[in-house]
Design a protein around this ligand. Structure first.
Ligand code: C2E
Ligand code: CA
Ligand code: CA
Ligand code: CA
Length: 280
């Protein structure tokens, strides 16, 4: 911990110094990684419970670090957000996801009715250039906007609600759908939810975890009822067991995502998965 010395100056212990140096190194590495485009995307399928079909993939970023191997986003997205590096990183992510989806959308041997969901950090979504850059990515990759879906967390809705509303309207014009990610973990008021053009609620894994043999399903049930009454679809994330799937089905949940279906895969594996997947 931090203590005040007799002189009144703050004294940092060696542990804190080491931690600060580590963060600084990480930031330097991250900055370089963005210049080098040292990232890759993984794709995790989302399956409709009624039809059993794949209705989309969520793209999830990884950092290909020279020493540490594939670094998970939890370990660098927060730093990218703090340092503003999230803006150029997001641009790379959006463009890469559009490129992949564009390739798939032009392959006549693949289904034509699934979407690509891309996670958008609040700072990127609130960036005034966001829609413009999205348009550019769509044009350059020749991707139909209706094949793209954006995932934002409730934190997006907490600031600057008028400009968020404007951005959402512009996306709606382009037929780009919006998912509210990690639903239930934030603070979005239900009245906002009702006013904003949000298409899908994603129930956070922490709620799905409680769907055990004798676990309490009341929160999941409540979220599904809210979504249904607002005519939004519901995706349950982090579904790992067949029992969770059948309970979600009973509760009227629309779609699921999780290790039960598949972990995130690289593009080639995701494509192969689509070709061989048997709806059930
Ligand atoms: P998220 O958007 O809630 O993504 C779901 C996370 O749960 C992913 O972790 C996914 O791999 C993991 N997951 C999926 N199914 C299961 C399951 O059945 N069991 C368990 N234990 N985990 C499962 P991942 O890929 O490590 O991503 C973590 C978070 O990092 C994401 O949470 C998202 O908030 C953020 N993130 C990932 N990619 C991006 C991105 O491209 N842009 C931004 N801004 N954030 C991203
Ligand atoms: Ca997400
Ligand atoms: Ca989520
Ligand atoms: Ca989550």
């Amino acid at each position: 911990a931090k203590a005040k010395g007799e002189s009144g100056y703050e004294i940092f212990n060696p542990e804190m110094h080491a931690r600060a140096m580590q963060l600084l190194n990480l930031e330097t590495d991250l900055r370089r990684a963005i210049a080098d485009q040292a990232f890759c995307l993984r794709y995790q399928p989302i399956v409709d419970l009624a039809s059993g079909k794949i209705i989309g993939f969520e793209s999830l970023v990884r950092w290909q670090h020279p020493d540490r191997g594939l670094v998970s986003p939890d370990q660098f997205i927060p730093l990218a957000e703090e340092t503003g590096l999230i803006i150029p990183l997001s641009e790379w992510i959006v463009r890469s996801a559009c490129e992949q989806m564009s390739l798939w959308s032009r392959d006549p041997t693949l289904p034509a009715d699934f979407t690509m969901s891309v996670n958008i950090a609040a700072a990127s979504f609130q960036n005034p250039r966001f829609v413009h850059e999205l348009d550019q990515a769509l044009t350059q990759t020749q991707l139909s906007p209706s094949r793209l879906k954006l995932e934002v967390t409730e934190s997006v809705l907490l600031e600057n609600i008028d400009s968020v509303r404007e951005t959402l309207a512009q996306l709606k014009q382009r037929q780009i759908e919006i998912s509210l990610d990690d639903f239930g973990t934030g603070y979005s008021s239900l009245s906002y939810l009702k006013q904003l053009p949000i298409d899908t609620l994603k129930i956070d894994k922490s709620f799905i975890d409680s769907l055990t043999e004798d676990g309490d399903a009341s929160l999941v049930e409540a979220i599904i009822q809210i979504a249904n009454s607002l005519t939004m679809t519901v995706v349950a994330e982090g579904v790992e067991t067949a029992m969770q799937r059948s309970r979600l089905q009973q509760l009227g949940c629309g779609a699921i995502q999780g290790y039960l279906i598949s972990p995130p895969m690289d593009g080639a594996a995701a494509e192969n998965f689509m070709r061989t997947f048997q709806p059930h």
